[in-house]
Ligand binder design. Structure first.
Ligand SMILES: C[S@@+](CC[C@H](N)C(=O)[O-])C[C@H]1O[C@@H](n2cnc3c(N)ncnc32)[C@H](O)[C@@H]1O
Ligand SMILES: CC(C)=CCC/C(C)=C/COP(=O)(O)OP(=O)(O)O
Ligand SMILES: [Mg+2]
Length: 290
């Protein structure tokens, strides 16, 4: 029998803090075309960024009428490539395993994980709208018995100790205290299980968060941590990094391309400048739960 999560709490009565209430409202109100139009390409809705080289042959010439559609499809391909890389680091996952997506958004990564491994995937988000959207997509794909989103705090997840074979944060760890977060992942992960994050973090070599990093924080109402904080909080919580990959160079083509699209949101300059001046890094960290 496939493992399914047995929630220990039915629903969370409300946000754990006023800040979490702000974040729930933020994502309940979010409907940026850059996310919805990309998701419409194939029904995988992401709230993260892309990696890999742009396939110039897939783009139309500047004045072709279908340039925008091709550009959107290319940005979306790079965002799904980002998820594929994260999934590559989850280890040997079988159909009976349970995966946990902490901060699951509209559920694109959960669907991809289920399609790859055939296993159960449980996600949590603070946003009722996102959870409803993810569950609706799972229903449309007839995978709602295996893929489920819950409205709940990732610091207090409704899963038992050691239930998950692997868990992840895909661009969702900048909303919480990292010690609290990794303590919770270490609790739900089975010993020997795998934790993976893809995240933007400020570079301690730069000194302090740059103005661009501060701009990204203000734009998303988040609190970007430093690389040092990630590694320290993991070490303190039985998570031992096995792979640390700097994806900064790999994400730049996505941002350069996005900056030329009609779907810009105004944050492109901050990402491009902070990646280029070395104050900000796009990292993948895969850790063993020991
Ligand atoms: C940038 S989106 C990333 C979504 C998804 N991981 C993806 O890659 O498409 C950030 C997500 O983190 C969630 N989030 C932030 N703080 C949270 C918390 N304390 N508990 C649960 N989810 C949280 C938000 O609700 C949102 O779904
Ligand atoms: C790497 C960092 C620091 C990420 C911050 C978290 C975040 C808001 C990610 C993208 O979400 P989105 O897909 O909703 O954003 P956008 O609308 O800009 O595409
Ligand atoms: Mg996006």
């Amino acid at each position: 029998m496939p493992k399914t999560a047995e929630p220990t709490t039915a629903t969370i009565p409300g946000p754990a803090t006023p800040y979490q209430g702000d974040i729930a409202r933020y994502w309940n109100n979010e409907a940026r075309p850059v996310n919805l139009r990309l998701g419409d390409v194939d029904g995988l809705y992401h709230h993260h960024y892309g990696i890999g080289a742009v396939d110039e042959s897939a783009l139309a010439q500047p004045h072709d009428s279908d340039r925008e559609a091709k550009l959107i499809a290319e940005l979306h391909r790079l965002e799904s490539a980002q998820t594929d890389l994260l999934l590559d680091h989850l280890g040997n996952i079988g159909p009976d395993d349970l995966l946990v997506d902490a901060g699951c958004g509209r559920g694109g990564s959960m669907v991809m994980a289920h399609q790859r491994f055939g296993c159960s995937v449980e996600g949590v988000t603070l946003s009722t709208k996102q959870a409803d959207f993810a569950n609706q997509r799972a229903q449309e794909l007839s995978i709602d018995k295996s893929v489920r989103a819950h409205v709940c705090n990732m610091l207090d997840m409704p899963f038992g100790n050691g239930q998950a074979a692997a868990s992840w944060n895909n661009e969702s760890s900048m909303y919480v205290d990292l010690h609290d977060l990794f303590a919770e992942h270490a609790r739900v992960l089975a010993p020997g299980g795998r934790y993976v994050t893809i995240t933007g973090c400020w570079n301690p070599v730069y000194g302090q968060p740059s103005k661009w990093v501060s701009q990204i924080n203000a734009h998303f109402e988040c609190n970007i941590h430093s690389r040092r904080e990630y590694l320290r909080a993991m070490a303190d919580n039985r998570l031992v990094p096995q792979t640390i990959t700097d994806l900064t160079a790999a994400t730049l083509p996505y941002w350069e391309l996005r900056a030329t699209s009609s779907l810009t949101t105004g944050i492109e300059e901050a990402f491009l400048n902070s990646y280029k001046d070395g104050s900000f890094q796009y990292l993948l960290i895969a850790a063993d739960r020991v």
